[in-house]
Design a protein around this ligand. Structure first.
Ligand SMILES: [Zn+2]
Length: 401
């Protein structure tokens, strides 16, 4: 049999020796070249698996190795390669098989991140005791006060009491009612916002309370935040978005990586970077909670519209309460649909709808005299009056008929 050419390394130095490998008999080989001359039993050699067309390594028991490019020659010498190895080799040489395996690996990776990480994060969240979640919440509150300009609220005590009662009314029938609390903060840099803090606190900014004209909008936003609390969204989202850090902390017991997780929580809470599924779940929870308390879910749509209007008009870079996913329009129309269903089952409460106009709905319209009596200024009277009043000295618009 012909000798095979190879490159020999003794396993002790990096020096390369060009060698020839020949067979003495069925059980023994001889390696010769330069300073190398050795004989070895074939049974003691190990042939590394094929990898495409790259040279294969023949390993000796003392750590020496020789690289051989002649695949066919090696195949003749080592016919005992197992079938699996040959199959793998065939696949590696097949472009379609390589492409398919890349696609399968990518799909497996995407599936792991899309479903595997959320699933595993939720299982971990279930195991985290409420005390630990509460400690995380305290840490987050501290960070909001320290780094995000959250300060003591300027809302007066009587008004806070009034809102506390509304909040308590919403939570009273919830299984975790005793853990929920409402906290007020003045946060001019953040703007109108409400946050469900891990552990049960809901923080509302003075700016949000100033924005709403009706307390039922406050109820609607609180019901949504309580939805996040009921489903432990803050904790679950934290685990999902810092999954690698969580795993590292679990395996190493390294507390410093756990603190890195805490640092990211206030930002995602302020920017409402919950997953689409979490937002929709909290919205649905809000619609059901409001309906239970005989408040139409249309008030949620109204609150969203006011926030949307505020953030559209406001370009100072304050952190938006409204998340970009799902879109605000989708959330408003979902709330309105829920509102229609509510009114259909509670026709006696139709007058409580945010945009209810008795003049349109029931033809109960104020007469001109009353309008003028109600209105304090002329602009309001003009707006209310059905008779168009031309301002003195104005010419009729020629484009108008
Ligand atoms: Zn939300």
């Amino acid at each position: 049999m012909n000798a095979l050419k190879g490159q020999f390394f003794d396993g002790k130095s990096s020096q390369l020796h060009e060698v020839e490998i020949g067979r003495i008999d069925a059980a023994t080989i001889r390696v010769c070249g330069g300073a190398i001359d050795r004989t070895d039993a074939i049974a003691e050699l190990r042939l590394a698996p094929r990898l495409g067309r790259t040279a294969r390594t023949l390993e000796f028991p003392d750590g020496a190795r020789v690289l051989v490019a002649d695949q066919a020659g090696l195949d003749a010498w080592f016919p005992g390669e197992d079938r699996l190895q040959r199959l793998v080799d065939r696949l590696e040489r097949h472009a379609h098989a390589v492409a398919a395996s890349i696609v399968i690996c990518l799909a497996a990776g995407i599936a792991t991140f899309t479903w595997g990480v959320p699933w595993l994060s939720d299982r971990i969240a279930e195991q985290i005791p409420r005390d630990i979640e509460g400690a995380l919440g305290k840490e987050v509150l501290g960070q909001l006060d320290q780094y995000f300009g959250f300060a003591a609220s300027k809302i007066d005590e009587a008004r806070q009491q009034e809102l506390n009662q509304r909040f308590a009314r919403l939570t009273q029938a919830m299984p975790d009612a005793s853990r929920y609390s409402l906290l007020y903060r003045d946060a001019p840099q953040v703007g109108p916002n409400a946050l469900a803090i891990p552990g049960g606190a809901v923080v509302v900014t003075d700016q949000l309370l100033d924005l709403f004209a009706d307390d039922r909008e406050f109820d609607a936003v609180m019901a949504h935040e309580l939805g996040h609390q009921q489903h432990r969204h803050a904790l679950r989202q934290t685990l999902r978005s810092s999954f690698v850090l969580v795993i590292a902390a679990l395996f190493t017991g390294d507390v410093s990586s756990a603190s890195a997780i805490v640092v990211g929580v206030p930002t995602f809470l302020l920017k409402s970077h919950y997953s689409r599924g979490f937002e929709e779940e909290a919205d649905q929870f809000a619609f059901e909670t409001l309906a239970t308390h005989e408040i139409s879910p249309s008030w949620f749509a109204q609150a969203m519209r006011e926030l949307d209007y505020y953030y559209d008009a406001d370009d100072d870079g304050s952190m938006a309460y409204l998340s970009s996913h799902p879109s605000t329009e989708d959330r408003i129309s979902a709330a309105e649909e829920s509102g229609y269903a509510f009114v259909a089952s509670h026709p006696e409460l139709a007058r409580e709808e945010p945009d209810y106009d008795p003049c349109i709905e029931e033809d109960i319209c104020p007469d001109e005299e009353e309008v003028l009596d109600w209105c304090e200024d002329l602009e309001c009277a003009l707006e209310r009056s059905s008779i168009p009043i031309e301002p003195v000295g104005s010419e009729p618009d020629p484009d108008e008929d």
